[in-house]
Design a protein around this ligand. Sequence first.
Ligand SMILES: *Cc1c(COP(=O)(O)O)cnc(C)c1O
Length: 431
Amino acid sequence: MNYYSLNHQSPRVSFAEAAVKGQAPDKGLYFPELIPALSKSFLKEIRKYSKDELGFTVMKPYVGDSIPDAELQRIVSETVNFDFPLVKINDSIASLELFHGPTLAFKDVGARFMSRCLGYFNRNNNQHTTVLVATSGDTGGAVANGFLGVEGVNVVILYPSGKVSPIQELQLTTCGQNITALEVNGTFDDCQAMVKQAFTDADLNAKLTLTSANSINVARWLPQQLYYFFAYQQWQQADAPVISVPSGNFGNICAGIIAHISGLPVKHFIAACNSNKVVPDFFTTGAYQPQPSVATISNAMDVGNPSNFIRILEIFNNELPSLKNVVSSVSISDETTKATLQKVYEQSGYILDPHGAVGYYALEEYLKQKKNGDKGFILETAHPVKFPDVVEEIIGKKIPVPASAQHLLGLKKESVVLDASFNQLKDWLMR
Ligand SMILES: *Cc1c(COP(=O)(O)O)cnc(C)c1O
């Protein structure tokens, strides 16, 4: 399988090259030449497959010859070595819990797959690769954990001081080994700007091999398909599900749409957004107008210009009517998000996180309007304990820290404090 740039000004490349480069030289996103069709027998027998077998079968065509089968099998099984349970909330809505990985967020799957691929591609390389990443919370932890101990790769994470939750900060700052957390006296936008400037700085690029680990990288984006398949293995209804995806950069939902195009039965997708509503507005007006991001309680979705949306347009040949047949998109306010979190907790005892609550409300409204007996599930993208300020106030009690994160509580944070200044970042990287 080869990948082409969505700007069409760069040569086609293998999976390996697309994963190592991240972005095409013409600054376009890479897109697979073809979306493989899964066999009828695979889909019919899907419940018999283990997670490892399923992961290998789905990812193999995308990876092609870039990684030998035995290595890919190892990478996939290390990527998905935790649970993806589909938990019933009520008669028509279930929650696909994607927070049972090491950093309690769905980004673990993409980060684990990508880190192991880069580890493999770097195996004979004497030059270390430096992964530079800015985070508003979840990405940093998943990337740090995914790359921890990967040979030949150093990871440098920039995060805004005081603006990530306590658990998120511990996930970023307690890894040690090849992971360094830079605590920036500034905002997420400052961190992002410093990282962007580093990628274009001649001195830095002469000294270091820099790469990024965000969701535009095909090795982080494509493995997200897997949890839609894991959900389908657990889906008990005769009719295909309506799937509601809390969306920010639209990488997750775009991977789900790819899975559907390859044959996975899905009735409809809902891209559930917070007040950052560039895409919902596009669905109503047909005009795509990026906006500055606004801060919300579902902050991992505070994105004003979703980087992966262009991939969704590519799938549908830029035709809004065909897109609308498969996907809807809505914007949900913080007030409605909080009210939903509270209502669901009171009615069923289920504790949503703010991102899942956005997805839940969007799905419930959609099913109400359809009135045709359809059922569906939300992607619960993070554990509620990652957002204690919001969630504990609404449900009126403390959320216990899950066993998989307990060990963090006794650890000591280690960070390098910097001002929001590119020169300070550069001096530190050049030291
Ligand atoms: C990153 C993230 C999202 C948004 O996912 P996209 O793929 O960027 O649309 C939603 N919820 C949580 C908790 C996240 O960390």
